[in-house]
Design a protein. Structure first.
Length: 352
């Protein structure tokens, strides 16, 4: 074995943190098999090698109105454009009822930066939804990005905003809207969205208020390896001293259709190799999740590259508009996981 690989493997075996230059070397140079084995070793800190968990969920896109104008987005419409929508309470409930017919148990709300929705509007909607569905479902009620915009619009600090959500009964937001957490990347593609330091300030306020949140990354735009690693490093550093831990990290891939940026889709092979780097580098995040939403059955190979968990999504307009296809043949998808040698178990939402 290459001496450099041996040295990194020895760090992973001892539970020693790897550096970003080691992560870069692994991504560029390590053979697939060695990378998968290292990621499996890193996964062993938290999980058995051959088991995986999943749940059925829907991403309910309650509005496509957005003023952020990210060039990689295929979903949004500006307020004055044709084809805008804002779902009312009954329409939201119809989407949730559709999820229940699939036996799903998690609803993630995701919309745009709507210039007329105050944070209290979100809090009221989510509170009504929870009253209707009681303890049957879990809800991810905003992404951090939407939370940030709404706080600014409502002239609230992040601490005040998080307290309002907490008081209204919100349990979870997600770390969605993060894409690549690197300011140069953000200036190129989404200058109207947020700066990285501000994102972590909002995450901190959310966690400090006693809400749960998650970590995410999207790859395959035109980001450099350095920019990808900046994202992972910022996340790992944040997690070291976060007021409560982010339980999970989900990486998915950019789809290049129907948007201003365009480009090419990265291969599943590249995705799997990057997933392994995420598992090895993010040594302080328990659950590394692979994306059926953007990789379909190929995502299940990710269980061999360090992932331990996945969603079976029933709908998500954001990625479907960009070119994703969602299959409701869950048995076929699960067989891909079983065929790869994994015992799969339906899980409860992660504990707060
Ligand atoms: S990615 Fe999100 S914030 Fe950016 S334009 Fe699309 S909906 Fe708006």
């Amino acid at each position: 074995m290459d001496q450099h690989l041996k040295d990194i493997a020895s760090k992973v075996n001892n539970g020693t943190r790897i550096t970003r230059s080691e992560a870069a070397w692994l991504f560029k140079e390590a053979p697939d098999q060695a990378l998968a084995e290292l990621a499996t070793k890193a996964k062993r800190r938290f999980h058995a090698d051959d088991t995986a968990t999943y749940l059925i969920m829907a991403i309910v896109n309650y509005t496509n109105v957005c003023v952020a104008k990210c060039d990689y987005c295929s979903f949004y419409r500006l307020p004055h454009q044709a084809g805008t929508y804002l779902l009312n309470f009954d329409q939201v409930c119809e989407r949730i009822d559709a999820l229940r017919t699939f036996g799903g148990t998690l609803v993630a709300f995701n919309g745009g930066f709507h210039p007329k929705l105050q944070l209290t509007d979100y809090a009221e909607l989510f509170s009504r939804v929870r009253s209707r569905y009681g303890a049957d479902l879990e809800f991810f009620e905003m992404t951090v990005a939407e939370f940030m915009f709404s706080c600014k619009l409502s002239k609230l600090s992040y601490d005040e905003g998080a307290s309002i959500l907490k008081a209204a009964g919100t349990r979870w937001v997600t770390g969605g809207g993060a894409e690549i957490l690197d300011d140069a990347f953000r200036m190129r593609h989404s200058p109207g969205k947020f700066k990285v330091a501000d994102y972590f300030k909002a995450q901190n306020a959310i966690l400090a208020a006693g809400l749960g949140s998650t970590a995410t990354q999207v790859i395959g735009f035109d980001e450099s390896l350095d920019e990808r690693l900046n994202h992972l490093e910022a996340l790992r550093t944040f997690q070291d001293s976060a007021p409560r831990k982010l339980p999970s990290f989900l990486c998915w891939t950019y789809k290049p259709w129907n948007n201003e940026l365009g480009g090419h889709e990265i291969s599943s092979h590249e995705y799997l190799r990057w997933l392994a780097i995420c598992r090895i580098f993010l040594d302080n995040i328990e659950h590394i999740r692979t994306s059926v939403l953007t990789q379909n059955e190929a995502a299940l190979e990710g269980l061999k590259f360090g992932a331990n968990d996945f969603d079976l999504p029933t709908e998500d307009e954001v990625t479907q508009k960009a070119g994703s296809t969602i299959s409701h043949d869950f048995e076929r998808i699960l067989s891909a996981a079983r065929g790869a040698g994994f015992t799969v178990r339906y899980r409860k939402p992660f504990p707060l």
